[in-house]
Design a protein around this ligand. Structure first.
Ligand SMILES: [Zn+2]
Length: 277
């Protein structure tokens, strides 16, 4: 049966320099995994059947029309992997790059960031080919993985033209110990800290990573109208994987690619044409 990601869109060439960027945010449905990982688990480190994960990733790659798929193995750091031949060869042999961010200036290579409460981002550069994918939880905010990714792009003379923020746990569903808030306030800017620290229903402090990343993007000169939010709160929606809700579970992903072929006519631009409520 044909599968369509719940959120998918095309970033218009006129905003990014020529070749479109195609992105998608996956959810739980559409894959081969069973049980806790049912069904489109894209992570190989969570205890799922490797053949099911490989089949799921291959499905995503094909739907994106990509020749290669590079999936990140996240470690809550700020290293940025730049895709080259060795990264592609390792990915083909089943070794995911161990990092929370990846950028690529080759068409036909899809980048995949995984999460199950943490935020995932897809970034289209303002040149013809560059894309990026990022995994960011509260630790990623503190380590400034988003700033590191933008800096890696700028060092290659590429600016982030459009950013898509995928599903993530919301601040109300994400109470944290006060020490975590203290660390965030100590290490992040005032704007990022005040955007991300919220109060949960029970009065405990909570962290809204997505709000923090939006504030960080503004600091990095990525205006709000260049940022698209898709998907809801992972903990509140059964069609999304949530580690906090379910413990051992799968991972959804945010994926982005520049197609090998020339732009298809009638691309829809930045807006997501298939967004669910
Ligand atoms: Zn929530």
């Amino acid at each position: 049966m044909e599968w369509h990601p719940p959120h998918r869109g095309v970033i218009d060439p006129s905003t990014t320099g020529g070749r479109p960027a195609i992105w998608a945010a996956t959810g739980r449905s559409g894959g081969m995994s069973v049980g806790r990982f049912s069904s489109l688990n894209l992570a190989s480190h969570v205890g799922d059947e490797p053949r099911a994960v490989a089949a799921n990733r291959d499905r995503v790659r094909r739907v994106m029309g990509a020749g290669e798929l590079i999936a990140l193995s996240a470690v809550h750091g700020s290293d940025v992997v730049v895709v080259d031949d060795s990264v592609i060869a390792s990915a083909r042999s089943g070794q995911d790059p161990v990092a929370d961010a990846v950028i690529c200036d080759r068409p036909d290579v899809a980048l995949l960031a995984l999460g199950a409460d943490c935020l995932t981002l897809a970034i289209a550069g303002d040149d013809d080919v560059t894309v990026g994918a990022v995994h960011c939880g509260w630790r990623g905010l503190v380590e400034d993985v988003v700033g590191a990714t933008v800096a890696a792009m700028l060092s290659r003379r590429v600016r982030p033209a459009r950013v898509v923020l995928g599903p993530a746990i919301c601040g109300r569903c994400y109470p944290v110990p006060p020490s975590r808030v203290d660390e965030l306030r100590a290490r992040c800017s005032g704007a990022v800290a005040s955007a991300s620290v919220v109060t949960c229903a029970d009065g405990q402090p909570g962290i809204d990573v997505r709000a923090g990343v939006r504030a960080r993007l503004q600091e990095l000169d990525v205006p709000d109208d260049a940022v698209l939010l898709v998907g809801g709160c992972t903990a509140e929606h059964d069609d999304l994987f949530s580690h906090r809700r379910d413990g051992i579970t799968g991972r959804q992903g945010m994926v982005i690619v520049r197609p090998q072929e020339a732009p298809v006519s009638g691309s829809r631009g930045f807006d997501d044409g298939t967004m669910a409520p």
